[in-house]
Design a protein around this ligand. Structure first.
Ligand code: PLP
Length: 226
């Protein structure tokens, strides 16, 4: 299948998952994860109607951004090193991978007059290889982030556990949704707290059933990565 057909297939699956739980599919954003994908293939996905693309490595993103149309909305989804923060400035509509209050502080400090939209990444699986704050620390971390002058905390992000165990996968998404509602109910965090970034190629349908508003899909659009 070509990229355009894969995208249509995924859009259909997003609609079906939303319908199963009575959600409006237009409340769910499809983010095409374009790491390792050539700019020609990103262009094909753009031509098929996608505008949001996610990269996980700074250097690769900086090389590709100038090759694609100006109105692409780039997202940073990979771990950010403190020494690369300056390079994010004004380039990403959303940074999904803020995984500590310290990193948040560092990003806020470099913004100049700008304000960066961010998500707080939560380690819902407890796997040591995964980044993100501990679920038990999430509320406190969200409060800390919301006080930073040049960040806007828009929501939460997680990478589901690496397991064949379906109920463990679902539990991770349920956990993130629970935290999302808990934080969203705090008046101090306001209405701008609206994005729940969870679900990838292998689990986006389940994530939508559990409340995801943004699915990050790479290989199901572009094929397996080398
Ligand atoms: C690579 C990546 C994805 C996409 O993974 P696929 O399984 O190819 O859909 C989503 N989120 C993050 C953070 C990633 O690094």
């Amino acid at each position: 299948m070509d990229i355009q057909n894969q995208i249509h297939d995924i859009q259909k699956r997003i609609q079906d998952s939303a319908a199963r739980v009575g959600r409006n599919p237009s409340d769910i954003l499809l983010l095409a994860v374009s790491k390792t994908v050539s700019s020609d293939n990103i262009q094909k996905a753009y031509d098929a109607g996608l505008k949001d693309f996610g990269e996980n490595r700074m250097q690769e993103a900086l090389e590709k951004i100038p090759l694609l149309p100006w109105d692409v909305r780039w997202h940073m989804i990979g771990q950010l090193q403190t020494n690369k923060i300056n390079k994010t400035l004004g380039r990403f509509v959303l940074i999904h991978s803020i995984d500590s209050p310290e990193l948040a502080q560092a990003v806020s400090k470099r913004q100049g007059d700008l304000t960066q939209d961010v998500l707080l990444e939560v380690n819902t699986s407890g796997e040591p290889s995964k980044s993100g704050v501990d679920p038990a620390q999430t509320l406190l971390a969200a409060q800390t982030l919301s006080r930073l002058p040049h960040l806007k905390l828009k929501g939460l992000m997680t990478v589901g556990p690496l397991t064949e165990n379906i109920s463990k996968q679902r539990d991770a998404f349920k956990k993130l949704k629970e935290l999302f509602e808990q934080i969203g109910s705090k008046k101090s965090l306001g209405d701008s707290f609206s994005i729940l970034s969870m679900g990838m190629s292998g689990d986006f349908e389940m994530a939508i059933e559990e409340g995801s508003t943004l699915v990050r899909v790479g290989s199901a659009i572009f094929g397996a990565r080398a």
